[in-house]
Ligand binder design. Structure first.
Ligand code: AMP
Ligand code: MG
Length: 476
């Protein structure tokens, strides 16, 4: 077949990208292909086509690859020029349901934005992105998707020599907070406006009619991002590198690098080897959300009002509201995770008090097992605080059913709380086997995390005690 690529980004936003060609992979070998996603997108690909097109070995007809420009605050410091240093946007596809998505290769070679980098990626990090993004999708969290990972037959140098790979990523778009920052930092108001108009048309078309479309855009991004981070917190997900260039205007989770899931609940959990200050620790993510959104708001100030003081006042007003908008989104997630119907004044305290009571207990399984005290107890070193908390929860979750919890609550817990998450020790085992040429553990783990609400041992069990402190490395 051919892929009917469209190129609205390249057409509508000249000056925001440079043309660049993917490198030709010398000996491409398909490691994993997401046929279900391909079908959803209306792509009926043979494995040979997927192998060639998603490795860079051949350019699909109609592809017109570009590397996008962006800037970004990385760990708080501003880099005015980042851009796609190892990614090529092949073009956009309009799915049968009308959704427009980008298809981008990652790890496909150097571009004009590569700086000192080699433009490549190793098998491990690309399979990690595939696995975790597909889990997020299965768990119902907005995310970019993974269409394929193809080994290139090339070796890449990191700490050691590793087999290279390319990931084919599907995204609602690759517009980032950092894309706006790139042009705002250059004082290019027209280009910021063009980006905002494009973002509205592509992601928030209803806002074009708003009295102040750019303020409406800021509001919409705040809402989607607050909802997104609330979902991350619900899953114990730690993105690991919440730089402004890794924050999508669409509200999808993007750029899976050193991300990982918390096991025992500890708000300060950090996995990334480079996050020495804990800037992107689990419990810091809502604060970083607000910080990143402030950077987006700054870029939009010139569009908010002709009077600059007034524009700043409007932006500040929105920024002040982020904390409570996030808190509301988080509370909605927690109500769902606790199996609560409706709302009650005491819900926030109930959720907060559970966090206090469950320090150290497995994040995922605690929620999953709330209705089954015999299974819950072994997750806790000290169950005493839970003995006080559980009756409060039962009373709220299932008022009127006496001391036990009704089947309705248990069902709601099972639907809201995954049994299986990508556990660090399982991910590590799958990726290291894949690096050594054995894809069997990866495919078994993938099958388990694609049905996260089904109980499946051994994938739902916490790491064995000998696994030790887990450290992740940036996705390069
Ligand atoms: P990330 O940490 O993946 O969000 O990437 C930050 C920036 O570094 C982006 O501009 C990437 O395109 C760039 N980058 C990361 N890895 C490489 C690489 N191996 N070669 C060239 N550029 C890279
Ligand atoms: Mg990035």
């Amino acid at each position: 077949m051919t892929i009917a690529f469209e190129h609205s980004y390249a057409r509508d936003l000249p000056g925001t990208y440079l043309r660049a060609r993917p490198d030709a992979a010398p000996a491409p070998r398909l490691l994993v292909l997401n046929q279900a996603l391909a079908t959803d997108l209306g792509l009926h690909l043979t494995e040979a086509e997927a192998t060639d097109w998603f490795s860079g070995a051949a350019l699909p007809p109609d592809a017109d690859p570009i590397a996008q420009a962006y800037a970004g605050h990385q760990f708080g410091g501003f880099s005015p020029q980042l851009g796609d240093g190892r990614a090529h946007l092949l073009g956009e596809v309009v799915a049968p349901d009308g959704r427009r998505v980008d298809i981008q290769l990652k790890g496909s070679g150097r571009t004009p934005f590569s700086r000192g980098g080699d433009g490549k990626a190793a098998i491990g990090p690309m399979l990690r992105e595939y696995l975790i993004s597909e889990f997020m999708a299965a768990a119902g969290v907005p995310t970019t998707r993974s269409l394929a990972v193809v080994a290139t037959g090339e070796e890449v140098w990191r700490e050691t020599k590793l087999p290279g790979a390319v990931l084919a990523r599907v995204a609602a778009s690759h517009l980032r907070v950092g894309t706006f920052q790139f042009f705002a930092a250059r004082g290019d108001r027209d280009q910021v406006k063009a980006l905002a108009d494009y973002a509205i048309a592509r992601h928030y078309p209803d806002l074009a009619e708003a009295a102040n479309p750019y303020l409406a855009l800021l509001d919409a991004v705040i809402d989607r991002q607050a909802a997104l981070v609330a979902e991350w917190m619900g899953l114990g997900f730690i993105h690991g590198v919440m730089n402004t260039d890794n924050m999508a205007i669409s509200g999808e989770t993007i750029d899976y690098g050193p991300c990982a899931f918390m096991e025992g609940y500890a708000p300060g959990t950090v996995f990334s080897s480079i996050d020495h200050q804990g800037r992107y620790a689990y419990a810091n993510q809502p604060l970083i959300l607000a910080w990143n959104l402030a950077r987006l708001a700054e870029t939009l100030v010139p569009l908010l009002d002709a009077n600059q003081d007034k524009a700043i006042e409007i932006a500040n007003d929105r920024l002040t509201g982020i904390a409570s908008r996030y808190r509301e989104a988080w509370l909605a997630v927690m109500r769902r995770k606790l199996g609560l119907l409706g709302t009650d004044q005491g819900d926030a305290a109930l959720a907060d008090d559970l966090l206090t009571a469950m320090q150290g207990a497995d994040w995922t399984l605690t929620f999953r097992r709330l209705a089954d005290e015999a299974a819950l107890r072994p997750l806790f070193a000290d169950f005493t605080p839970m003995e006080a908390w559980l009756p409060r929860w039962r009373a709220r979750a299932d008022a009127g059913v006496g001391a036990g919890v009704g089947a309705g609550v248990a069902d709601r817990l099972a639907q809201a709380n995954p049994a299986v998450i990508p556990r660090n020790h399982q991910v590590e085992e799958a990726l290291s086997a894949a690096t050594d040429g054995d894809m069997t553990p990866f495919h078994a783990l993938l099958a388990a995390i694609q049905a996260p609400f089904a109980e499946s041992e051994p994938y739902m069990l916490p790491a064995p005690t000998g696994f030790g402190h887990y450290v992740t490395f940036c996705g390069t």
